[in-house]
Design a protein around this ligand. Structure first.
Ligand code: FES
Length: 101
């Protein structure tokens, strides 16, 4: 099992398939997954770009501490690792203009 597969919820009897969008691109996930895990399992590793270093950032701690997984959902800045997927969720990259948080 790959690292990406290990992050998926495989119990299809108890987890509905969900459609979500990241920067307009369609992905599928399972109910109960976090946005970060669902996107990572779909091959998305970079969730934003560091404004200072111009390097890709993605999930790291998976417990809401590092802030590396910051994304926009419905106009709000949220942590992808702490946000559950939901049907039709539209996630966008944060347009950073300041220093890393
Ligand atoms: S991965 Fe660290 S806050 Fe989300």
């Amino acid at each position: 099992m790959s690292a990406e597969d290990a992050m998926r919820i495989h119990d299809s009897k108890h987890a509905d398939a969900i459609e979500l969008f990241f920067n307009g691109r369609r992905f599928t996930a399972r109910a109960g997954e976090s946005v970060a895990a669902a996107l990572f399992a779909s091959g998305v590793k970079a969730l934003r770009v560091s404004p200072r270093l111009r390097e890709a950032r993605g999930m790291f701690c998976l417990m809401g501490s590092c802030q590396e997984c910051l994304v926009m959902v419905d106009g709000r800045r949220v942590l992808a690792c702490q946000t559950p997927v939901s049907e039709g969720l539209r996630i966008e990259t944060v347009q950073e203009t300041g220093a890393d948080v």
